[in-house]
Design a protein around this ligand. Structure first.
Ligand SMILES: [Zn+2]
Length: 110
């Protein structure tokens, strides 16, 4: 049984943070503080500079917001935490790292 309420709170928190970051991006050109733990793969882009990186970050933030909304809808629908591919429950540890995950570890790797 997936603890959906905990993940729901986590998703809502993530959403607020992302929305605040988006406002920052639009209003200022100060360096962005990447949250390595949360954004994960973005750390590979550390070498990239300037506008291209900002555009990519904004694109990823929009995609993440869509993923968060989709995850929240799955919670409301009662099918949150099931793998899209094999329909097995996704490991809660994986959901803790990324509550928008839609596939279990084996389906992502495979
Ligand atoms: Zn699976």
């Amino acid at each position: 049984m997936v603890e959906t309420e905990r993940f729901k709170q986590q998703l809502l928190h993530l959403k607020v943070e992302l929305e605040e970051q988006q406002l920052d991006n639009e209003s200022a050109d100060k360096p962005i503080e990447l949250d390595q733990a949360r954004l994960g793969r973005l750390s590979r882009m550390d070498a990239l500079q300037g506008q291209q990186m900002l555009q990519e970050l904004a694109r990823r933030q929009r995609a993440k917001l869509l993923a968060i909304d989709a995850a929240l809808r799955r919670i409301e629908a009662g099918d949150y935490g099931d793998c899209f591919v094999c329909a097995e429950p996704i490991d809660p540890r994986r959901l803790t790292v990324d509550p928008t995950a839609t596939r279990c570890v084996s389906c992502v790797d495979g």
